[in-house]
Design a protein around this ligand. Structure first.
Ligand code: HAM
Length: 401
């Protein structure tokens, strides 16, 4: 997958984390009063009476793994993951109970440049997955110093407009007032105070630096969205979502964001780890497939070499040859040795292979293989032992010529 190559190029190491974690991990990180923990998490007791949950996202698990394995001491601050996540949501377009994310987390760097790195990386990951022309929505939620006064102002506003709120938002007033900003029932109806008025000087400077760099360095269209909030409680300061281009209506954002992320400077400490800032993102793979269907590969890559095999003995020679070609970085596909030569060559031609190698009874007897140029049908017989080197030479000549 090209996303994996992109993440590795930026110095991120793949983390394989379990699908099941202790339920307490998600309550402590995502938040007891978040929709995910309140309504969407799949939780059960195992035979030992332990409460376990299927992971609804990857950040909490990555933070747990980072702390538990002291990855800071190994210098592993940049991690990425790919895999299934589970949320008991009402299935609809773009919203599934099992879906897949590719996500990245950058631990230990609190500067605005780390936010910029993660946002640029999110954009590159999406373009590696075939997404073109996406739109970046950005906001800052402030920090633990300035956010309380914002929450107070939103709570006051919600109390005053209680009559117009949906049932969920009325409950949220006491428990999680900021969630009312992107209420899925009332739509973009929030006319309350904007967060920017409440930022402390450090948060303002941090956000301005993020915007300055993103504007210069990112190819994404950018929009500051003061009503952007997130459904997970661990965020501080920068939050962002990437939506398909043309989509900037906040009302429908919840089912169309291709990617979302932000900074979470207290999560590691809250989970018993070192006091260390962090920032990350996750892309929803199904949503990307939905929008990039037109750009993505619709057929497998054309192999450089197709090996047509007549019989089991030929298959052994074919395996050895393909291994050598794979080692030199070539795409080499084996034919079905139970099919006729004619049908295997038809397959090679359908796959648009450049060369076909034929290994039949006669070739085996003579210790040779026949190599056919699929374009001009020119054939040559080469000793088995020299076949791999000869094919690599042809490939290089084609590349240079
Ligand atoms: P999230 O917004 O909950 O954030 O999910 C990230 C992305 O996963 C969404 O933008 C969407 O593309 C996809 N997604 C979420 N729920 C579903 C669903 N039910 N069906 C299909 N796709 C879905 C997080 O998960 C955070 N952990 C992101 C993060 C990483 N923040 C910091 N680091």
């Amino acid at each position: 997958m090209k996303a994996r190559e992109t993440l590795a190029r930026w110095g991120y190491t793949e983390l394989l984390s379990p699908l099941l974690e202790s339920s307490a991990l998600f309550a402590r990180s995502i938040g007891e009063t978040s929709d995910i923990v309140e309504k969407e998490i799949y939780t059960f007791e195992d035979k030992g009476g332990r409460s376990l949950s299927l992971r609804p996202e990857g950040t909490a698990s990555a933070a747990r793994a980072f702390i538990q394995n002291r990855l800071d001491q190994k210098g592993l601050f940049r991690l990425f993951y790919m895999g299934p996540m589970f949320r008991a949501e009402r299935p609809q377009a773009g919203r599934f109970r099992q879906f897949h994310q590719v996500g990245a987390e950058f631990f230990g760097n609190g500067s605005a440049l780390a936010d910029v790195e993660v946002i640029l990386l999110a954009g590159e990951t999406l373009s590696a997955m075939g997404v073109e022309g996406a739109r970046l929505l950005l906001n800052s939620l402030g920090c633990r110093t300035c956010r309380p006064s914002y929450i107070q102002a939103v709570t006051k506003y919600l109390h005053e407009s209680k009559g117009r709120l949906c049932e969920d938002c009325r409950r949220r007033i006491e428990k999680n007032p900021l969630r009312a900003l992107d209420c899925k029932v009332d739509g973009p109806g929030f006319k309350g105070p904007g967060v920017a008025e409440f930022w402390c000087a450090e948060c303002r400077l941090h956000f301005e630096e993020v915007l300055e760099f993103v504007k210069k360095e990112s190819s994404l269209q950018m929009e500051v969205s003061s009503s952007l909030v997130r459904g997970l409680d661990y965020y501080t300061r920068t939050i962002f979502e990437i939506v398909p281009s043309g989509m900037h209506i906040i009302a429908t954002r919840s089912t169309t964001a291709l990617c979302a992320g932000g900074r979470y400077d207290h999560l590691l400490e809250d989970l018993g780890g070192p006091p260390m800032p962090a920032v990350g993102f996750a892309v929803g793979i199904e949503r990307v497939l939905e929008v990039s269907r037109g750009n993505g590969p619709s057929s497998p890559p054309a192999p450089s070499v197709f090996v047509a095999l007549m019989g089991k003995e030929a298959a052994r020679t074919g395996f050895a040859l393909s291994r050598r070609l794979h080692e030199s970085g070539m795409v080499c596909v084996l034919g079905d040795f139970e099919k006729s030569l004619k049908s295997q060559l038809r397959r090679a031609s359908d796959m648009k292979a450049r060369l076909a190698v034929m290994i039949g009874e006669e070739e085996l007897k003579e210790g040779r293989v026949t190599i056919r140029n699929m374009e001009n049908h020119h054939q040559e017989s080469i000793p088995q032992k020299e076949a791999a080197a000869h094919i690599v030479k042809i490939q290089e000549a084609n590349r240079n010529g």
